[in-house]
Design a protein. Structure first.
Length: 174
């Protein structure tokens, strides 16, 4: 089955003491931010070789951020969308909270690359800025909110530093 996997990764910037999240924009819609991720690589000749969601997450996260998810990453949201046209298969979108990575992505960095005929930029976003831009993508919005709440439940400092946002997100209904 075709799928999309995205990883939400929060970082604490020691320079300003604020939390940020990695987000991607593309040249077609530069005002809209998405969570770094992409689709599986499907070996159509042998369904046993189809890439699993966890492998897709790791591969896409490395491709888009240069960071390798390590250890546990938690699935926080998934949604299966129906086939768009006759002959297509349903498409499942998975969103993961990435807790630990190998590599460095400085807070002042922007990673630029070409992906499927589009120019993509990945950078750190402050949480308020990210919230405003991500909410244009319903699946990404729900994945982000659920990852935020999971992080807040796992990291007391994260919850306390972002208490107003935590309280607002806690009552959201999807």
């Amino acid at each position: 089955m075709n799928h999309f996997c995205a990883g939400i990764f929060f970082g604490l910037n020691s320079a300003d003491g604020k939390w940020s999240v990695l987000g991607a924009t593309d040249s077609r819609y530069p005002e809209n931010v998405k969570i770094p991720g992409g689709t599986n690589k499907d070996e159509k000749a042998n369904f046993l070789l189809e890439e699993k969601p966890g492998n897709t997450l790791i591969r896409e996260f490395i491709e888009e951020t240069g960071l390798k998810p390590e250890g546990e990453f938690n699935k926080v949201h998934s949604v299966t969308l129906p086939a768009r046209k006759l002959g297509d298969t349903p498409h499942t979108r998975y969103f993961f909270l990435v807790r630990k990575v190998v590599g460095i992505f400085p807070f002042s960095s922007v990673k630029e690359f070409r992906d499927d005929k589009d120019d993509v930029k990945v950078r750190w976003w402050n949480l308020e800025e990210f919230e405003k831009a991500i909410f244009r993508f319903p699946n990404h919005k729900e994945g982000y909110v659920k990852a935020f709440l999971a992080m807040a439940n796992l990291e007391e400092k994260f919850r306390q530093d972002n208490l107003e946002m935590f309280n607002r997100f806690s009552v959201m209904k999807f």
